[in-house]
Design a binder for this molecule. Structure first.
Ligand code: 8YV
Length: 322
């Protein structure tokens, strides 16, 4: 690569400081309008490029990866999740894929707690009451929600973000139960109770927060049958991926009062979320802002750049997934 800067197709507009560094060190093909590129535009934009810097909302399935020019040797995604990139097709074509772990852990855990509190304490309903000028004043029975202290929080997926949520939740007096593919060491568990299956976890958890990746095995893990296993009037929080939840089942459970409330930051098919959610008072909806702090988004960008730097310098690539 000596003598020429690597060419990088950048599929989204990125924070200013990240783009400034991109332009300084790479020949960057930016997307200043932040338009979603079609597969054809990605293939065309990647002609002669050495790498692609993409995001979790730009899908790179096998059919598209296979059409990329052979010049593309690395795909760096501006996300910790990587279900949008085919991790078999990419290495088969000699493409390294990287993600951005760690740097968004705290930001995303904050949003999980934000949603947990907001759902339990009916914050969305309260805000609507004020904005629509329907608040008639304080009443002893108005907007009574659920207290957290002394209850169980179930965490599905005890990775970096799950652990960060558990740390925060303990400060609210919640006891932690978790389900994970593998049990953590006692030091990492910090007193949390492990469940080998969802079936033993769910009945114990009036609060449940999802932190596992979307895979064929986890798709719709929250469905009619698993909701039935949860205690009456439980609260569900999802800051992971929309595909983990069967929307029809969740909406029915929220509408019928089987669940008390839900707090959702991610949706299957987002941004076109199921319209049923919009008719419910007991759901707090956020537009996928889990990692949306200035600190986290800059750090995600710089983490992508560091992976690209290492790759083109022929050094070990820290966040290589393939
Ligand atoms: C990203 C996320 O901001 O990192 C992830 O996997 O879900 C978000 O925090 C978003 O996906 C953009 O790539």
């Amino acid at each position: 690569m000596a003598g020429r800067r690597p060419v990088i197709l950048v599929t989204r507009r990125l924070p200013e400081a990240v783009e400034a560094r991109l332009v300084r060190d790479f020949e960057a093909r930016l997307n200043p309008d932040d338009r979603t590129l079609s597969p054809e535009e990605i293939v065309a934009g990647a002609q002669g490029a050495d790498g692609i810097l993409t995001s979790a909302i730009d899908r790179l399935p096998a059919a598209l990866v296979e059409r990329l020019p052979t010049s593309v040797r690395i795909i760096a995604t501006f996300s910790v999740g990587y279900e949008h990139i085919d991790l078999e097709a990419a290495p088969a074509r000699g493409i390294t894929v990287t993600n951005t772990p760690d740097v968004l852990t705290e930001a995303t855990a904050d949003v999980a707690i934000l949603l947990l509190l907001a759902a339990a304490r009916r914050a969305a309903e309260g805000m609507r009451l004020i904005r629509e000028r329907r608040w008639i004043g304080w009443r002893p029975t108005q907007l009574m929600g659920l207290g957290l202290a002394g209850k169980n929080l179930g965490i599905v997926g005890m990775g970096r973000i799950g652990l960060a949520v558990a740390r925060r939740a303990r400060a609210f007096g919640l006891q932690i139960h978790y389900h994970n593919r593998t049990r953590l060491s006692p030091e990492r568990e910090e007193g949390a109770t492990y469940h080998e299956t969802l079936e033993t976890l769910l009945p114990l958890c009036p609060f449940l927060s999802l932190h596992c990746p979307a895979t064929p095995a986890t798709r719709h893990m929250i469905n009619r049958a698993t909701i039935e296993l949860m205690p009456e009037e439980a609260v569900l929080v999802n800051t992971a991926r929309g595909a983990l939840v069967d929307d029809e089942a969740l909406i029915a459970a929220l509408r019928g009062g089987r669940l008390f409330a839900a707090g959702l930051d991610v949706f299957e098919g987002e941004p076109d979320l199921h319209p049923g959610y919009l008719q419910l008072d007991n759901v707090v909806l956020l537009p996928h802002i889990g990692s949306a702090t200035r600190d986290a988004r800059n750090a995600m960008g710089f983490r992508c750049l560091y992976n690209l730097d290492c790759f083109f310098a022929g050094k070990p690539v820290p966040d290589a997934l393939t």
